[in-house]
Design a protein around this ligand. Structure first.
Ligand code: UD1
Ligand code: UDP
Length: 351
């Protein structure tokens, strides 16, 4: 069978690594990189360290408004699909690259395989929510990471070829955690000691595009005394610059460039707490049993909220501070599969 996989953003490279490895054992796969993420530390680094095969097509779309970015991708992906005639088109998650790939294929009657299907925040102001809903509704195979995702799809009358295989990000963590522990020098590089710092990642449009919200988040960081390490996403860096907001006056804050996946796993597993608005990072905090504080109003990853493994605080200054300072002792469950999601996906398609 011939697959075309569309990738474009950092978390998609990470999700694709275990799936590509399995898929290529029995199928042909071509990769289209849309170019949505293009900085070396947002893209190339993941292909290199996770040994993801080099993209066969690079669209070079880059940054832009939603319509322009998605439209440019759509037109170029369509041309490739017409020429290559794949049996399946494979997409991950909920970015503009996901939507463009799914839409281009569905209109050409090429079956769409959606990995990480069925997630919902029930907030249509998030671009990700629109991308997920649209992609799920044009997909032929919907591989869900959790039972909640299955329920969400059932509620939208999507029940055909909907399978809970577990989370491919869990596969990636299981595969790479040991490598990260053995190989990463990120703690020494930044003079960090295990469990003596909080790890921060903030990049979602709902926070960074709202000056009040990002101000609140920074105010909270100002009042958290402990050492904080923040690999900053380029979107956040640019937005802070445009608002004239500076991070150098926040006490005990180390702002660093985005890091590779193995360094990130090391930063996560050694953090005292993780403060984030990232979808992937919330899950990784759970996988590594590091308490998480999520700076958003909703989360799609509701399983992580049980027992305060993850505390959802929105952008209220005091709520952020209280949650970060709170002593929690969560118990963690195996709700994201058994680390074999990628294999199960390939098996399900074979059947
Ligand atoms: C995108 C996804 C988001 C996902 C995130 C993962 C959409 C709508 N959003 O958000 O769901 O959580 O990726 O990281 O698809 N930029 C650079 N260099 C890069 C990439 C981006 O400087 O390599 C800057 C540009 O200023 C750009 C901004 O970041 O305008 C936003 O990039 P974009 O890809 O539009 O969205 P993300 O915020 O990265
Ligand atoms: N990540 C990384 N380096 C960083 C920040 C994040 O490798 O500096 C990884 C992280 O471990 C997770 C993924 O990127 O696997 C999450 O991507 P991101 O937060 O950009 O997007 P989201 O998951 O919110 O869509």
């Amino acid at each position: 069978m011939k697959f075309i996989t569309v990738l474009g953003a950092r978390p998609q490279f990470i999700k694709a690594a275990p799936v590509s490895r399995e898929l290529r054992k029995e199928h042909e796969e071509l990769i289209i990189h849309t170019g949505q993420h293009y900085d070396a530390n947002m893209s190339d680094i993941f292909f290199e360290e996770l040994h993801i095969p080099k993209p066969d097509f690079h669209l070079g779309v880059g940054s832009g408004s939603h319509g322009k970015q998605t439209g440019d991708m759509l037109a170029q992906i369509e041309e490739i699909l017409l020429a290559e005639k794949p049996d399946y088109l494979l997409v991950y998650g909920d970015t503009n690259s996901t939507l463009a790939g799914a839409l281009a294929a569905a209109k050409l009657h090429i079956p769409v395989v959606h990995i990480e299907a069925g997630l919902r925040s029930f907030n249509k102001k998030m671009p990700e929510e629109i991308n997920r809903i649209m992609t799920d509704h044009v997909s032929e195979y919907l591989f869900c990471p959790t039972d909640t995702a299955i329920e969400n799809l059932t509620n939208e009358n999507i029940t055909h070829n909907v399978i809970n295989v577990g989370d491919v990000m869990y596969d990636a963590v299981v595969y790479n955690k040991k490598l990260a522990n053995e190989g990463s020098e990120i703690l020494t590089k930044h003079g960090l000691e295990s469990k003596q710092y909080h790890l921060i990642t903030i990049h979602r449009a709902e926070n960074t595009d709202d000056e009040q919200k990002i101000n609140n988040i920074l105010e909270a960081f100002n009042k958290i005394d402990e050492l904080k390490v923040w690999p900053i996403h380029p979107r956040t860096k640019h937005k802070l610059e445009s608002y004239g907001l500076k991070l150098d006056e926040i006490p005990n804050l180390k702002v660093i460039e985005p890091v590779g996946y193995l360094d990130m796993l090391t930063l996560e597993s050694n953090a005292k707490k993780i403060i984030t608005d990232s979808g992937g990072v919330q899950k990784e905090a759970y996988f590594m049993e590091v308490p998480c504080v999520t700076v958003r109003e909703q989360t799609e990853w509701v399983e992580t909220l049980e027992g305060e493994a993850n505390i959802l605080v929105g952008t209220d200054v005091n709520k952020i501070i209280e949650a970060v300072n709170k002593e929690v002792s969560p118990s963690y469950k195996l709700v994201f599969g058994d680390g074999n999601a990628s294999r199960k996906i390939v098996e399900a398609i074979r059947k």
